[in-house]
Ligand binder design. Structure first.
Ligand code: PLP
Ligand code: ZN
Length: 406
């Protein structure tokens, strides 16, 4: 059961019963490079794998939101009731053999299909966990006034945030770059969320203006409804559910020990999937050649003792990110440290896929499988790259189709 959180950088600890533990107590605007991670006492709760198709109910015994609810005096029954009212529409997503990919790679390829997830991607998994924390806080009376939620995104995360927030009629401000697709803006507006287009202050101004506006909103009291662990550790709680599902779905198949190819943007997906799935599955992280800050960081981290202490030296923003897989163009891999740790535990490697492989993966996945965006298919580019380089073992592998084609 989860008993608290500990910072992977400065080792500060907080108890699980404390509310709103989004970021490390020692993090500040001048020193933002901290990362809270959940501490498990490894005492298994009998509730694990309750026989329920809803992952939030099924895996509640492993979840931090549930431990928080129990520490705050809610019963298991009350917690399940909350899970059903906040995350009632979630169901375990399929993880099945993908015939087209298997034929192309010449080995069995299992695809975890998040395109049929809530909001059409895996992103809502992260955000429903934060919402559950808030709902518990409200129910036990430590949250009496709803501050607005804030997120910086122009893609699947913003849509997921809008779905989860509007489900609870909770106000949400979305900070987007000026170039956001107009049709996407309209879709967001239909959910009744506040949309803020953020311009770069000047030519020499470094960094993402939408992120800067998000940070300012949080400094003014907004709740970080973020899918980046350093901005809100609680997105990594229920983010693990994708790994828990894969582990259970593959346990009795030939892929019980198979490596998993996963595409990386900000890194919360790979980091929390890796934590969830447990150390039996190698994690192969995939970025596009037009934006590969994680790959560069992992190489630097290898040369340093205690890399978390050298954050800004290791994770440097990528200049001019570009790829067809535009959902993984984060110029920084915010969750690089969690991925680094998971790869130490599970084994794995980093693959930088050529743009040609990103395009090939997109075509291949869509030729025979569920309609998937280029970002959603990008992990497959790593598999193709391994296959071409003769680096594929004979055993089965897993890919994550993380988002629907729009
Ligand atoms: C469909 C899809 N897949 C994968 C990712 C990458 O997830 P992460 O940013 O957590 O690495 C994103 C992020 O936007 C996404 O939208
Ligand atoms: Zn810290």
């Amino acid at each position: 059961m989860i008993v608290g959180l500990r910072c992977a950088v400065c080792f500060a600890e907080v108890d699980i019963g404390q509310p709103f533990t989004w970021t490390c107590p020692r993090a500040s605007t001048n020193d933002p490079h901290h990362l809270l991670q959940f501490v498990d006492d490894d005492v298994d709760t009998v509730l694990d794998l309750a026989d329920d198709p809803n992952p939030f109910v099924r895996y509640r015994g492993r979840s931090a939101w549930w431990a928080f609810a129990r520490a705050r005096g809610l019963s298991d029954e009350q917690s399940v009731h909350l899970a059903r009212s906040i995350a009632g529409e979630f169901e375990i997503t399929p993880c099945e053999i993908h015939d087209g990919l298997s034929a192309a790679a010449g080995i069995t390829v299992f695809a975890k299909n998040e395109t049929c997830g809530v909001g059409g991607s895996h992103k809502a998994r992260h955000l429903a966990g934060i919402m559950l924390h808030l709902a518990v806080a409200e129910q036990v009376g430590v949250l009496t006034k709803r501050a607005p939620l804030a997120i910086s995104s122009c893609g699947n995360a913003a849509l997921a945030a809008a779905v989860v927030a509007s489900g609870q009629s909770w106000p949400l401000d979305v900070f987007v770059p000026t170039w956001m697709d107009a049709a996407f803006g309209d879709a967001l507006r239909d959910f009744g969320v506040g949309i803020h287009r953020c311009e770069r202050a000047g030519d020499g101004d470094a960094g993402d203006p939408a992120m800067a506006a998000f940070t300012a909103a949080v400094a003014n009291g907004a709740i970080p409804f973020s899918v980046q662990g350093p901005a809100n550790a609680w997105c990594l709680d229920t983010g693990r559910s994708i790994g828990w599902e894969i582990e259970e779905q593959l346990a009795t198949t030939e892929a019980a020990l198979a490596p998993i190819y996963v595409q990386v943007g900000g890194g919360a997906l790979a980091s929390s999937l890796g934590r969830g799935v447990g150390p039996t599955h190698e994690i192969r992280v995939v970025q596009a050649e037009g934006c590969a800050p994680l790959d560069r960081a992992l190489h630097s981290a290898e040369r340093l003792v205690d890399p978390g202490r050298h954050w800004s030296q290791i994770m440097r923003p990528w200049d001019n990110p570009h790829s067809l897989a535009d959902g993984i163009l984060d110029d920084e891999t915010y969750d690089w440290l969690g991925i680094y740790e998971v790869m130490k535990l599970n084994g794995g490697r980093s693959i930088v896929a050529s743009e040609a492989d990103i395009e090939r993966a997109y075509d291949l996945v869509n030729a025979t499988g569920p309609a998937t965006s280029a970002t959603g298919a990008a992990g497959v580019a790593g598999l193709l790259s391994d296959s071409d380089a003769g680096r594929l073992e004979s055993g089965p592998v897993v890919v994550v189709l993380s988002g629907v084609a729009r």
